[in-house]
Design a protein around this ligand. Sequence first.
Ligand code: PHE
Length: 339
Amino acid sequence: MTLDEIDKIKEEGLRECDAVKTLPELEAVRIKYIGRNGFLPQIMKGLKDVSPDERSEYGRIANEFKNRVGSALDLKKAELAAGGAANGESTFDYSMPGIWRGLGAKHPISSIIEETIRIFGRLGFTVAEGPDVETGYHNFEALNTPAHHPSLDNTDTFWLETGELLRTQTSPVQIRVMEGRKPPVRIITPGRCYRRDTTDATHSANFHQVEGLYVDRNVSLADLKGTLAYFAREMMGPGVDVRFRPHFFPFTEPSVEADFTCHVCGGKGCRVCKNSGWIEIAGAGMVDPRVFKKVGYDSEEFTGYAFGMGIERIAMIKYGINDIRFLYENDARFLQQFV
Ligand code: PHE
């Protein structure tokens, strides 16, 4: 093949490349010019018949053929792919195998919150929410917690520069709801709480509670016990019972701590319940008249109960999780177990 002939084939190739409109057409041009049985190998083969003094020029022309046609093909390919996409034609390769991302699962905290909402929903409770950034008034003062109470300390509560704080409990939502409506009130409020606790197997500086509040005429401690017992059985299983132990909270009187029968041993005593047969679940009590006074409710006419439970605690007990930190690390090996 003469140098002129090579040049002519090259020009022809560039023209053909320029003219194609589709990727398959382009592929045909590629095969014709630089494919295994195309012009390029023929040109290369011709090198050995060229006289020694013309050999370097022949090599240069052959190289130029390869580079020019090759890059024209590459350019055209990119252009066709991009053009197709721009015209709304898909350049997606439907024959490619997909990428398996794995199946996600609901986080145990979310599951417990949703289940809690369903259970109390059947009893007529609706969901109320309040802000994570609270005023000292809603988080403490309106809840009859005096300013000298240790829970107000910097060592316990995250105070903000604005004078507000990150709520240490969901109880301030009680205040906000009662400020906004007249009895009867029957709400639960799930949400995040914040305390300056050092993280360990059972503590976290950011955890979740669900608060319950029921205010009406003639609400009694017996109603509270019946409601919590219903919740206990629905959440943990039949045969789970509730007991009250006297306790103190500034905003309830009387106050109790509510324990559920240990669902692992059925109350006989095991490692989970530290051999007591009971597991502490909630703080609760009858709303203190001083709280009603703050929100303008008449405590002669209305009574009410309130309770607050730790969501993490319920999740850990129900699913047998022995370290609260598992709930925050989002380790797929942990979460996978809840698929
Ligand atoms: N807010 C209390 C706590 O965080 C729990 C509680 C709620 C107690 C409602 C009584 C009534 O410990």
